[in-house]
Write a protein that binds this ligand. Sequence first.
Ligand code: GLC
Length: 688
Amino acid sequence: MSQKKVEELLSKMTIEEKVGQLTQYGTSIYGGVNSPSEDYIRAGRYGSFICFFEPETINHLQKLAVEESRLGIPILFANDVIHGYKTIFPIPLAEACSWNPELAEKAAYIAAKEASSEGTKWTFAPMVDISRDSRWGRVAEGAGEDTYLGRKMAQARVKGFQGEDYSANDRVVACAKHYVGYGAGEGGRDYNSVDMSLQTLHETYLPPFKAAIDAKVGTVMSAFHSFNGIPCTTNKYLLTEILKKTLGFKGVVVSDWDAVNEILQHRFAGTKADAVKAAIEAGVDIDMGSAYFDEVLAEMVAKGVVPIEVLDNAVRKVLQLKYDCGLFDNPYVDVNLHKSVILCDEHIKVARQSARESMVLLKNEGILPLKKTTKKIAVVGPLADDAKSMLGCWSCLGSEHNSVSILKGIQNAVSDKCTIVANQKAASKADVIVAVVGEISNLSGEGKNRTDIGLPDNQLQFLNELKATGLPLVVVLCNGRPLSIPWVAENADAILEAWHGGIQAGNAVADILFGDYNPSGKLVNTFPYAAGCLPFYYNHLSTGRPPLKHIIHTSKYMDAPIDPVFCFGYGLSYTKYKYSDLKVNCDNDSFTASAVIKNEGKIPGDEVVQLYVSDLVASRVRPVKELKGFDKLHLDAGQAIEVSFTVPYSELGFYDYDMNYIVEPGDFKVWIGPNCCEGLEGMFTINR
Ligand code: GLC
């Protein structure tokens, strides 16, 4: 849409109508307004609305806006379509364990197709917050602890939702959230204060947002928390200096729900008017859910307390966003489209593949894959038949009636060949026990923080009793966060991390347990020994006293091992991969590392080959190692492939004390391996 049309429309608008475009009402997890006032719509006071409506209702409400308001500006309908709309995919944390951005993009496109077919045109996703503390309930929604992988997943999910042109009727505009540093809340507590160096902000937490902006994300959501003492909602450094000037973001900033009101709770402003002025002048364009803009902004502009230019700049971006969404040309939804789109076979198929690739084989003492001729299999545990929890913590309009539980998936796969027993008493008479434990979906997600990230309730006792039978014990974990599971790691014969795997979780678990899919997932967060080790992440800085097991005065704990139970990038396969022939070459502005990966087993598989780098000496202390590349290879039995990574030196830089981004000459280590703890090691030097 040309700017001319936007300017023409803007010039006709009253101050009240302009404020209306910056006002978003609706329902969220806290409740809210689910039946919009028709008079408000006719007065042009809902710029956007969060709620799930039937397509017919969307058209009815839109008709009021387009045909019965003075200027006919359409409403932008939004929802939290996080990992699927009705076809629910694995939670984003699980999806990231596929290390398959293309598959993540496909899943986001399916979510966009389904959501837009029922009238949602804006999703509040992807969540791109880096999280190093799995006490935080929202670790479930992101892509884990690593910035490089976070960038790739952010880019993929934005492209999936938006495509090249989100005015298309099967796309939605995306929203990179929660800007910025939300995962670093003190104590792993949601909404809590964040305080970090600007170097850490720029090196760790901003890059996934930059990746989303480079992928042309249409909107960004400011976060709830205070950042270095200033609420993100009123943080001009973050919202204007960095987001708009440094990162070049030209789209719309929406506050998080009621966050403009929370400025008072932060005690950053004492009145509604001060909160509104601080938010809009910092760079927030739309007020989600607090109604403060609606209540006081027009008068503040009329009195000159907020300059009209500030108001117009925000409204201009919202109008442009609506034009870019195609709403002025096509404000209505085809009320029949969803019938052929929602939960179609193709979508279910992709959901199953996504679930298969998101699952991580953590241990296998030779008992997996199970034979389909196994006489009796016990499938027991609190999550064995919990189809609802498979939908995860932001399940949109997903229904447990469309979700396959682990028990159901195993029955689907082998009940015609094996006897499946589902109660603990009969377990001791089985040939193998599959114990499905972990967290119900309500134990992760927004506000769901835990001080103990072990198996909840009496699940360890339950597993102990199963172990006492002496039967082969397969533990399937269904959870929304990395867990501390040292006992399980020690005592189970096999462990499959299945997460909350979406509506096809059960079938995907069965595919893996019976060998119809060779697991390829790799962890994207460290599994620490205990919550007391958190925040814990692989790419931590060196210390002057690295932990040494037998020397007390080194950086470790007296009451728990410092080594993770399972490390970042870790995941097993049913076949064996051999890494060899590491070569490292340098040229003027990049280095290239290559290695040969051979499938030495008898079955094909997919291997996520990872490239790590360590800057050995630098003028600021650097991480012990950092992911700088990965490639997911398909290898047939006996096949060998040479994989090569070329990394520009500019990727190896950091911010110096004065916040200049620098790349220093010096020696670097490089690894190519199956996870962050193993691999072929080499060296190179940047001479400049
Ligand atoms: C919630 C979340 C945000 C979500 C919004 C609307 O509080 O923080 O991620 O998009 O409100 O539901």
